[in-house]
Design a protein around this ligand. Structure first.
Ligand SMILES: [Zn+2]
Length: 303
């Protein structure tokens, strides 16, 4: 059978928070079967916040969760790493309201989980399977999921910038064919330097810097080391999508397609899917020879 997964032992990381600019301590802790992904805010008495669409409360610059007034911000890159490694059950302790941004990609979180080691548990892993298409629109942007034998993301962005246009604004990744680790995990978030300066004057994004983002001038990339992938921009957006989709509560079997999507549209899509129980089912697999065979193969690359 395909089994649920947690980590073998606790691991710690520290890094800057993109909103506060504070140094944040994070500990990943193994969790029992059927526990899910849960955050614990150690700075407010150990309050718990479940990583699920039902608790999404803000989607402006990043995806944030909230439970009874307790918030956890910027969860998407960590969630993306958990999705890619198939981690079903884990407790994430934080001493602040946000997940550290690390280098702006999910690669440091992949490394962290790998150094803890992955533990298979004696229970069926539950996949979230799309059986009917669901589509939502917002202005000229749209997002859709449809049935697919595997997990695939197709995205087109439309970012008015010379470097982004040159690098390619459309990409389709079938995770059976291409490795998340190699092709996606190192892609960093990006934005205009002038927008960052405006935000920081308003006390926002105090932790953002060229250590954790690709900074754009009107015509160029300002980071001295340049880009990590030729098409890093669209790849980062796919990294975000993988993380946002994991708020369904399990690994998705389906095809996500989007045009100019972001955290807001992803959140609305997830709510639309969950509101229509006839469009999806939760499934388990007895044999490795299943539509999600690729997951176990891809996981092997990480182990
Ligand atoms: Zn992102």
């Amino acid at each position: 059978m395909i089994k649920q997964r947690t980590i073998k032992k606790s691991v710690k990381a520290r890094g800057v928070g993109i909103h506060s600019g504070d140094i944040i301590n994070m500990t990943l802790i193994p969790a029992e079967v059927d526990y899910g992904v849960v955050f614990r805010r150690m700075d407010v008495g150990g309050k718990l916040v479940r990583a699920h669409n039902a608790f999404v409360n803000e989607v402006v610059l990043s995806t944030s969760l909230e439970n009874q007034g307790v918030k956890v911000s910027t969860v998407e890159h960590l969630m993306s790493a958990f999705a890619a490694l198939g981690i079903d059950n884990i407790l994430v302790e934080l001493d602040s309201f946000e997940v550290p941004i690390m280098d702006g990609s999910s690669a440091p979180f992949i490394f962290l989980v790998q150094s803890a080691g992955i533990e298979e548990q004696e229970a069926h892993k539950r996949f979230f399977v799309i059986n009917e298409p669901v589509k939502i629109k917002h202005g000229d942007s749209w997002a859709q999921v449809s049935p697919y034998e595997g997990f695939k993301v197709t995205l087109e962005i439309d970012f008015e910038h010379k470097k982004v246009k040159e690098s390619g604004q459309k990409l389709s990744i079938d995770f059976a064919q291409q490795s998340y680790l190699k092709e996606i995990s190192r892609a960093r978030t990006f934005g205009y330097m002038k927008d960052l300066e405006t935000m920081q004057r308003q006390n926002l994004a105090l932790g953002a810097s060229m250590d954790n983002a690709i900074a754009l001038s009107d015509n160029d990339v300002l980071n001295e080391d340049g880009m990590r992938y030729q098409n890093e921009f669209v790849k980062h957006k796919i990294l975000d999508i993988v993380g946002d989709l994991y708020l369904l509560g399990g690994n998705l079997i389906g095809h996500y397609q989007g045009y100019k999507t972001g955290h807001l549209l992803n959140d609305q899509l997830l709510s639309a899917i969950l509101d229509q129980p006839n469009t999806w089912s939760i499934e388990t697999f007895e044999s490795e020879n299943s539509p999600i065979q690729f997951y176990s193969e891809d996981w092997q690359n990480f182990l």
